[in-house]
Every structure is written in C-alpha cells, then in structure tokens.
Design a protein around this ligand. Structure first.
Ligand code: PMV
Length: 316
C-alpha cells in the first residue's frame, strides 16, 4: 500500500563544544536546533524520480554532483524497501542554510528517508534510519561520525566521544542561544586537514595541548548545562573560541561576529562546527539580551540570525 502523499521532517544541529577536538578523541556536545528545519514531500508519479528543491528541479538522474548525497539517500531508502528507483516526485523545503555546520546534508537524508518510508507506509526505527542515512553521509563527508544524522533526527542533546555510543542528556538552562550566520560556506574538510597538517610540524605539541584543553572545556560545558550555570558556560565558550582561533580554524567574519556579540552583552561566544565560515553562537542571560545580541550580529554583517531558548526541559 502506498499513500497518495507523504512527508518526512528533520531539523538543524548546533555543535556547542568540542568541534575539531572530537576528531582526536576528545568529547563534544551538540544540540538539536529546531529553529531551522527541512520537510520532504513524496508523491506518486509515473516515470523517473523528479526532484524539486531550491538547488535543482528536474529528473533525479541528472542532478548535479553536489546533490550526489541526496541521490544516494533516495536510492538507499528505496532499495532497503525493495522498491525501484522511479515513480516518485520528491519536493524538499528547507530553512537550514547549506554548508554552515548545521547538518543540512544529514537533515535532507533524514527527511527524504522518513518521507519515503511514510509514503510506502513502512515502520522506520531510529536505528534503521541512522543506518540508512550513514550511507549518504559517507558520500557527503567521507568519514562521518554519525553525529549529524543523530542530531538532525533526534530531540535530545548529545554528548559524544569518537568510538563510543552517543550519550543523551537532559538540559535545562536559564539562557538563550543566539546563532549568527556569516553567509560564507564553512570549510570543514579544509579546516580539519589544516589541524592534521600541524601534527607533522614543530607545532605538534602545542596543537595537541590546545585540543586537550578544548576537550576539558567540553566537559566543563556539560557540567554547566546540567547545573544550570550560564556564566560558567559562557566563559568556557570564550576560551574555546580563543583556542579554535589559535588553531587557525576561525575567520575574520567569525571573529567579527563573536566580538560584536560579546560587546552586546553575550556571556560568551564562539564559532560552531568546522569553521573558516559558517556560523557562530553566543550565549545570552535573558531574552532581552538575546534580542540585543541578535541586532548587533545583524549590524556586524550576519546574513541570518536565530534565537533559541535553552530553558525547555528536554528529557534524555
Ligand atoms: O561543520 P560541521 O558541523 O560538519 O562540524 C564539523 C565538526 C568537526 O569536529 C570539525 C569535524 C568532525 O568530523 O567532527
């Protein structure tokens, strides 16, 4: 049985702490970010798969290479259901900016996979979803940790250490997160590579030291989140941004937004994700402060800004 039309949804993610250090086995903390979201709508049709998204409208087989991971997501979902790669029209609507460290490639795979399973009225467990999305994330990222897939499909903050299972944890903090988008695409692969390259130079020991300190800050951030200590979290964020700048994964645009957030009263601010473009985050003590920081970020050149409350009790 097939539905006439079916939808699948997903949302963005934010790395609060631990980006880059996580590559070297240190912990990281990521949050679901429902302020930006994606919806895939699937309808039946006759003939080749049709795609309608902001990057492309037309036959799926002729999609540009940048959409290879989307193609893989559709193929993977259909073949797992024993269905042919045809007879569907898939429309994707998204407010997740692409390549800004918000998990847009995983989110599209999550939304499309859910929509296809809904269309064929098949149950999809979270475990199966992550397994299917992993295939297209390999196309998008080479060696994905799985964090993006888990965050864009789930509702709980996660503590993550490479090679270990994700640990969901509850969050209740009297603070707001303000996110600013530089409008420049992030350069995650390049930034990860440049830190890797430092390991073969005389900078190795200071680089390892910075990575270790970033890991300690991620631990402190987790404690701050659990104990509702926004001031402590803000300080950890500032220190993390300084270390990430020293590791040369920030950019002039990110530094300018971070600085403007601090001047506008943020408790702390840092880049989020791979860096060298993409987004930054700032912590605000009140909603009024969050509004002020948002205005300051816009004046400093942020092309998009979002405010998210951290107050909502999320049960792990
Ligand atoms: O830019 P994003 O959101 O994909 O985050 C990358 C996070 C890194 O730690 C820099 C890389 C990684 O694979 O964990």
């Amino acid at each position: 049985m097939e539905a006439t039309v079916a939808q699948g949804k997903s949302h963005g993610k934010i790395i609060l702490m631990g980006e880059h250090a996580v590559v070297y086995g240190e912990p990281s903390i990521a949050l679901p970010f429902p302020a930006v979201e994606m919806t895939a709508t699937v309808r039946g049709t006759k003939g080749p798969i049709l795609i309608d998204c902001s990057f492309y409208q037309g036959i799926a087989q002729q999609m540009p290479e940048v959409l290879d991971s989307l193609k893989t997501a559709i193929k993977t979902a259909l073949s797992s259901l024993g269905r042919p790669y045809e007879n569907l029209a898939i429309a994707i609507k998204s407010t997740i900016p692409p390549e800004r460290g918000m998990g847009s490639s995983a989110a599209v795979a999550v939304a499309v996979t859910r929509a296809i399973y809904n269309y064929f009225q098949q149950e999809l467990s979270q475990e199966k979803l992550l397994e299917l999305v992993h295939v297209s994330e390999q196309v998008a990222h080479g060696n994905p940790s799985g964090l993006d897939a888990a965050m864009t499909s789930g509702n709980t903050p996660l503590y993550f250490r490479k090679g270990q299972p994700f640990e969901a944890f509850s969050l209740h903090m009297d603070a707001w997160l303000v996110v600013g988008d530089t409008g420049k695409t992030g350069q995650t692969r390049e930034a990860v590579g440049s830190i890797g390259a430092k390991m073969d130079t005389s900078e190795r020991s200071e680089t390892l030291d910075r990575i270790r300190k970033l890991g300690e800050l991620a631990e402190q951030a987790r404690e701050a989140l659990q104990k509702n200590q926004p001031l402590f979290l803000g300080k950890a964020m500032d220190k993390a941004h300084a270390l990430l700048s020293e590791l040369e994964v920030s950019s002039a645009e990110l530094d300018a937004l971070v600085e403007s957030a601090r001047t506008a009263g943020a408790l702390g601010a840092k880049l989020t994700g791979g860096g060298r473009g993409g987004c930054m985050i700032a912590l605000a003590e009140s909603e009024a402060d969050a509004d002020r920081i948002q205005t300051a970020l816009k004046e400093a050149g942020a092309v998009h800004t979002w405010i998210a409350s951290l107050q909502q009790e999320v049960q792990a």
